[in-house]
Design a protein around this ligand. Sequence first.
Ligand SMILES: *Cc1c(COP(=O)(O)O)cnc(C)c1O
Length: 456
Amino acid sequence: MRTIIEPFKIKMIEPIKMTTRQQRQAILQKAGYNPFLILAEDVLIDLLTDSGTSAMSSEQWAAMMRGDESYAGAKSFVRFESVVKSLTDLRHIIPTHQGRAAERILFSAIGGPGTVIPSNTHFDTTRANIEHSGATATDLIDPRNTDPVVKGDFKGNMDVPALERLIERVGSDRIPLVMMTITNNATGGQPVSMGNLKAVHQVCQRHGIPMFIDAARFAENAWFIKQREPGYGQCSLAEIAHEAFSLAQGVTMSCKKDALVNIGGFLALNDDDLAMKCRSALILTEGFPTYGGLAGRDLEAIAQGLVEILDEDYMHYRIRSVEFLGERLLQAGVPIFEPPGGHAIYLDARRFLPHIPPQRFPGQALMAELYIEGGVRTCEIGSVMFGRYDPDGKFVGAANELVRLAIPRRVYTQSHIEYVVEVVVGVFERREAIRGLKFEYEAPVLRHFMSTFAPE
Ligand SMILES: *Cc1c(COP(=O)(O)O)cnc(C)c1O
């Protein structure tokens, strides 16, 4: 088989500033060993997130020039609405400035004290918006699927018997909707099968509960279904996406992922009353329902991106490039969350640095070394992000100590990925000499964004 090439060529470039190991040591120290406090200019390969970091196509830039900036009823809204409608088959299409705005509006309308919102795994902003409304957010995932070494094709699936037990226990009238996150970002970017979506849909129907989809990575999820689920090999990504959305009564989406844009989101619904409530909330904080906090040009770029993401040559290259990174690391003996997810590789810092205990933050220490070694910026998803203290003030570590290498869409080439492999392997070879970190300043909330650290 021939090399899978990037199915695009480069028209415009952004130079990468080269730095020395010594310079990076100083930069990291100044940033308090927090990747969010490093300036982007000081990063060689930025794998902090795949959110809003996509490179747009020439067609998207051309569409932006056609942006109609009329306050109400802009042509750009009409195009956006028609693309999202034909993708989701939902009646009410409400643009928002990003995914979390759609979540806030939705849950302020149907969440609230006493209600419970189950998901395969809620993304952190979804959980935060549910809890902000006074509702309870519940993750229903088989614990084997959060184990980094357990193999599986669809480790993002919801635990359906657990959903039935939850409905039995709290009553369907207290569950305003069930949220399916595809792919499952908080669980290693793992996909959800069509069989699982259908099974959840059936349970929901039986109990009169609407099923919603958090569709941030719906197209990557469709690719995994095509590759791994019997009966879907001959279907197009568009057909698979359609079938998934046909099971949903509503969709929230962060367009910063699979719509290949730098900002934007939407909420799509069938329920007329709920849509009316959501539009009223939208006007209060986001804007008029035909722009929802976005410029007309943003709506154009989203509409075009939603078409391009379903191109199979693109998706083949995308998923293969992430998988290649995972394979190379496994070959070198580097422990990762298996199998590789759609948008990221997660290093397993617990096995990478077994001599560093959770309270000395092995993930944060590994992130720091990747930056020093090669200027690669990553993000800890472990005890810095999710660690807490019990009522006696005793430290409780996170379930997993991971470091996420999120791959921006259409931004880096194969040689960039090969460079990342070299950097990770370079750190792996000297892993025994790596020491942990301790807090210098511990931020009271969302610690990973603002805290600073120092070597122990
Ligand atoms: C990014 C993300 C969100 C939130 O979207 P923003 O555009 O960052 O507000 C919600 N759900 C999932 C699964 C995401 O990955």
